[in-house]
Design a protein around this ligand. Structure first.
Ligand code: UTP
Length: 473
């Protein structure tokens, strides 16, 4: 007579044999204490991971690329400087081509909002933050106002795809529902969820447990966008709609020039597969990713990977050789993403040492005071070297980049800093439109009122003066 093991015991054995080859059996340390629902939950989490792939990543000694050697032969990337981007000979054509692409429904907007927003210290998804300097509009509302206004400029609705993570997904969908999808039709917005990666102990390389029935995880980086787009049928949906060009932006930048026609136009003129906006670095060691051409391919080298002596290299005119800093704004060809989709898993993981709360072997909760863990993220810019043709376009940060990253006591990229950057940009538009503003007052303009300085000039009588903080909507 054979005695079959009870179901839970068999499940435990199966999980054990899955984890054992990778030295991760401690994940089941609390199994006997868990009720059946908790066991099921843990089992679902364990089987969802690709343990052989993760093992390779955990064991790789901190990055597989020798940036020091590569950076030594790095050149400035193929780029349009601000003057070239705005060259009056080319700008009208770029605007026209980009505008036509939008008008014909060939452009979609992908907004990534799956991050944890740990530095900001806000207890809800970052996109909910009421950043509008006068209106108090949330980052999400600002993005939707912008993309709706851009569509309206060309008489179309631009489809929007918002990436969340398991941390932000349910709350984000609920928020969109409560905000009635910001006036968008539900069928034109798809919210899709990215994957996660476990956090490991920085010394033992064992995955950390967030609770006795839960592995500690974090979203797998904005580079997880491609895999998530494939998994959730986003690329298929785009193909069905006739979308060919994908405008990618991040939720934390309210100055994002959403689906800017001239950027799309320059991308088309160059037949680029991936076009990225860049700011001109103000100092050699500025903490931004560096665009660089290495052996004929464009890469972004993280500031932490760029050797100081390379960062300091200058051209004969004194300008920085690697001058272009990444602000995470890209235009992709859909065909490029489709071509690279099966290599989505080949994008490297970058590692970062972080403080991650966990439960210890006795089941006690520990909140570490110093980094105790390694987290793994993919970065979207690692797609760049896979592109046959790519282009970097300079943008003035004052017109296109002010990211909300930090809580106090930081001095930059904080709520106040971002609000000031927004108001200052709108005030410049006002001055260009022949208007003025009382000192100390703030100005905010909804893109539905005016999408740029030119549009504002058309709408405001010359000589307009605002004596107090104003929101134009
Ligand atoms: P950051 O790397 O600056 O992270 O992401 P964050 O979540 O905003 O903040 P910290 O580092 O935890 O303080 C830049 C952008 O990429 C998105 C974020 O939502 C943000 O818009 N992102 C980041 C994702 O969508 N998924 C990720 O896994 C990571």
């Amino acid at each position: 007579m054979t005695v079959t093991k009870p179901h839970m015991e068999r499940l435990r054995d199966e999980l054990s044999s899955l984890l054992r080859p990778f030295g991760q059996e401690h994940v089941l340390a609390f199994w006997d204490r868990l009720d059946s629902e908790q066991r099921q939950r843990l089992a679902r989490q364990v089987v969802a991971f690709d343990w052989p792939m993760m093992h390779r990543v955990f064991e790789s000694p901190g990055g597989t690329v020798d940036w020091g050697t590569l950076a030594a032969r790095a050149l400035a990337p193929p780029a349009l400087t601000l003057a070239e981007f705005n060259d009056p000979q080319k700008l009208p054509t770029a605007k026209r081509l980009g505008g036509e692409a939008i008008r014909c429904g060939r452009v979609a907007f992908v907004l990534v909002a799956g991050g944890q927003g740990t530095r900001l210290g806000f207890d809800r998804p970052k996109g909910f933050y009421p950043i509008g300097p006068v209106s108090g509009r949330s980052l999400f509302e600002i993005m939707f106002d912008h993309v709706a206004a851009r569509g309206a400029q060309f008489g179309v609705t631009i489809p929007v795809y918002v990436m969340t993570s398991p941390l932000t997904h349910a709350q984000t969908v609920e928020f969109f529902q409560s905000q009635r999808w910001f006036g968008y039709r539900e069928k034109d917005v798809q919210v899709f969820c990215q994957g996660v990666m476990p956090a490991i102990d920085r010394t033992t390389r064992q995955v950390l447990m967030a609770a006795p029935d839960k592995i500690a995880t974090g979203p797998d980086g904005h580079g997880g966008t491609l895999a998530a787009m494939v998994q959730h049928g986003v690329l298929t949906d785009m193909r069905r709609r006739g979308v060919e060009h994908i405008f990618y932006g991040q939720i934390d930048n309210p100055l994002l020039q959403v689906c800017q026609p001239q950027l799309i136009g320059h991308h088309l003129l160059r037949q680029s597969e991936m076009t990225s906006q860049a700011i001109r670095k103000q100092e050699p060691l500025q903490r931004v990713g560096n665009f660089a051409e290495i052996d004929g391919r464009v890469h972004v080298i993280e500031y932490s990977d760029l050797p100081d002596e390379v960062a300091h290299l200058r051209n004969p005119d004194g300008s920085l050789k690697l001058w272009a800093g990444s602000i995470a704004v890209h235009v992709f060809e859909r065909s490029f993403l489709e071509r690279t989709a099966d290599r989505a898993d080949a994008l490297p993981f970058h590692r970062a040492e972080k403080r991650v709360p966990f439960v210890d072997a006795e089941g006690r909760e520990v909140v570490p005071a110093a980094p105790n863990a390694i987290k793994f993220e993919r970065f979207i810019f690692d797609l760049l070297p896979l592109a046959e043709r790519s282009l970097v376009c300079e943008v003035d940060a004052a017109d296109g980049f002010a990211a909300l990253k930090n809580g106090p006591p930081a001095k930059t990229e904080t709520v106040e800093w971002v609000r000031a950057a927004m108001s200052n940009m709108y005030k410049r538009w006002l001055v260009q439109a022949g208007g003025s503003m009382a000192a100390g007052a703030l100005l905010e303009i909804n893109p539905r009122f005016a999408l740029d300085a030119e549009a504002l000039r058309r709408r405001l009588p010359a000589g307009t003066h605002f004596s107090e903080s104003t929101y134009l909507v």
